[in-house]
Design a protein around this ligand. Structure first.
Ligand code: DGT
Ligand code: CA
Length: 577
């Protein structure tokens, strides 16, 4: 979907216009349009095809033309011109999360800071203190924001990379003589972000495959065109590498290019100890001429590579040298959870708060997904911006759910809420209200900047509430927007275990929270994990796959995950007595 890209450009246009003191109405129009486009459930390209762009509230002739221009050319000329007229430093500053156009202007015009490096050095040295219009807190945010930008620069979110690679792979699958093809690298390991996309294929005719690869519609630029290795750049500057090998080496090439590098290094050490050599063509006995075909003992598929080293097959998501090599040697690898183990979605919003689907629609889609039960978890009253439900609305929804359940077969809707954890750890509904619900999710959506001990205590207090079943997105990070807030994860995990409160893996692609590392730590601490999609639209139900990827990277098995239980066991397990 191009929606996000276009929304971001509109926000940037508004920022630049604001810096230029342009007409406030015009600025507001761009911001509003960005909001509208971001919350659309349908792809803008689909709306364009149906000639319905102007039906989007806030999108008139001018903006709809700009959207069309972007769909056609992946550029908006007006924006390109604006960027050219704006100093580079200013453009960098507005990219920093938490830095608005006003601050960017102060930094550039009043303080004459010209780029990010400069800004970082001067902020760290305490040289931008006591400046009118710049609060102490803003300076801290700037420094954190720069760190965040530097870390994430050049990496793209997994779901976007999957979209690009699937399109290219499905094109190449149709080429004659292609035998096997799949994505490798960090994408196959399901890392939450990837730097570039690595694809591996096998064929008798690599030349033909390469010729087709550099011609795929996604290729905006050909970086290298070789006989067995080529690279292209797609829109958004994403590099895609393709490696083609003979089919007998496919497993070896796939394993090598899947990595991680740290995992590969460990495999090589084991090979050396056994008098073997491992590379992207196979595993060989070292004595005699290495790589002579007679000496090869494995290479066609990954399983035989691991077996030749006396290891169990390691699923790609675990290949990070986080203990999997030892476990594979002892044959004690966990049997990782699969998406088919999931019996319910624990986190979903209806039109009653900020979702767009009715309860009936949600139930219908969930049935198609094969779920046995689901929990409706609309926002609570304080979260006005997201249409939080008053107590009265919540009780009305409970009645509605009873009525639907009475008529419906094959799926049970459970009553829930995503209740706000208020600034001091109290909850947004009273215990008497929460008691009436089947499954209560509690979440922080405000006060992210509280000190670590305050935030930790605040969440612990919520976890200890007898009515709270699960904490949603426990660290609050939003990729590309803000980092996790400061909490003491060790304390949170211990408290979650003792209070029998589940922690969520939120499957929303920008959240993936808990992340892989925290998930593994949670499992080791004896904490139960629940996986929710936080769906607001029909398409978002599919995000469950991303939550499963995180779970697998965190070594979770079916038994570690709450919503693999059938309804009866689930209801028994969430009782906190
Ligand atoms: P990325 O692209 O930064 O998200 O992460 P990867 O893991 O996809 O890394 P990439 O694209 O640089 O390389 C793909 C795989 O190739 C990597 O996972 C392991 C393998 N590889 C790359 N460089 C080396 C190396 O120096 N030694 C070994 N043993 N393997 C390497
Ligand atoms: Ca890569």
């Amino acid at each position: 979907m191009l929606n996000k890209e276009i929304a971001l450009i509109f926000i940037r246009i508004a920022d630049i216009l604001e810096i230029k003191d342009d007409n406030p109405f015009r600025i507001r129009a761009y911001r509003k349009a960005a909001q509208q486009i971001e919350s659309l459930s349908e792809d803008v390209s689909a709306l364009r095809d149906k000639k319905k762009l102007e039906d989007i509230p806030g999108i008139g002739k001018d903006l709809s033309k700009k959207i069309e221009e972007y769909i056609r050319t992946r550029k908006i000329n007006f924006y390109e011109k604006l960027k050219k007229q704006t100093p580079k430093g200013v453009l960098e500053f507005i990219e920093i999360p938490g830095v608005g156009p006003k601050t960017a202007k102060v930094l550039y015009k009043d303080l004459k800071i010209r780029n990010l490096e400069d800004l970082q050095i001067r902020a760290k040295a305490g040289k931008i203190k006591n400046i009118p219009g710049l609060k102490e807190k803003t300076i801290n945010n700037i420094l954190q924001g720069i760190d965040f930008l530097k870390q994430s620069r050049g990496r793209i979110p997994l779901h976007i990379a999957i979209g690009i690679s699937s399109e290219i792979i499905s094109k190449l699958k149709k080429v004659k003589n292609i035998k096997r093809i799949e994505a490798a690298g960090s994408l196959r390991r399901s890392r939450e972000t990837v730097r570039d996309i690595d694809i591996v294929a096998s064929s008798k005719n690599p030349k033909k495959i390469m010729a087709e690869f550099v011609k795929v519609p996604k290729a905006e630029d050909v970086v290298a065109h070789g006989l067995t290795k080529s690279s292209i750049r797609t829109h958004g500057n994403v590099q895609v590498d393709l490696r083609v090998v003979g089919d007998d080496s496919y497993g070896a090439a796939l394993a090598y290019l899947t990595g991680s590098k740290a995992h590969n290094v460990r495999l090589r050490e084991i090979a050396v100890r056994k008098g073997l050599k491992i590379n992207e063509y196979g595993v060989y006995k070292v004595k005699g001429k290495a790589r002579a075909s007679g000496m090869r003992i494995a290479g066609k598929n990954e399983k035989e590579i691991y077996e030749s080293l006396n290891l169990s097959y390691v699923p790609p998501e675990m290949r990070e040298d986080r203990g999997e090599i030892e476990a594979a040697g002892k044959k004690t690898l966990p049997k990782l959870i699969e998406i088919t183990d999931i019996k319910a979605d624990l986190h979903m919003h209806s039109e009653a708060s900020d979702g767009i689907l009715s309860l009936e629609e949600i139930a219908e889609i969930s049935k198609k997904k094969g779920y046995e039960y689901i929990v409706i978890t609309d926002h609570s009253k304080t979260l006005g911006v997201a249409g939080g439900l008053s107590k009265k609305d919540l009780f009305r929804q409970m009645k509605q759910i009873d009525m639907i359940n009475k008529k419906m077969k094959g799926l049970r809707i459970l009553k829930g809420t995503e209740v706000e954890i208020l600034g001091d750890g109290r909850l947004d509904y009273s215990d008497a209200v929460l008691k009436e619900l089947d499954f209560v999710i509690a979440a922080v959506h405000s006060g992210f900047k509280q000190p670590e001990n305050v935030l930790t205590e605040r969440i612990m207090r919520a976890m200890e509430n007898k009515n709270v079943s699960m904490i949603a997105h426990p660290t609050g990070r939003l990729m590309g927007v803000r980092d996790a807030y400061e909490i003491n994860m060790e304390k949170i995990l211990k408290c979650a275990r003792d209070a029998k409160t589940t922690l969520e893996i939120n499957s929303y692609p920008d959240r993936l929270d808990l992340n892989d590392i925290n998930t593994k730590a949670a499992k080791e601490a004896g904490v139960t994990i629940g996986i929710g999609t936080d769906s607001h639209t029909r398409e978002q139900f599919d995000n469950m796959a991303f939550g499963i990827s995180v779970a697998r990277r965190g070594w979770l098995e079916k038994k570690d995950v709450l919503n693999t239980l059938n309804l009866e066991d689930f209801l028994r397990k969430i009782k906190k007595t």
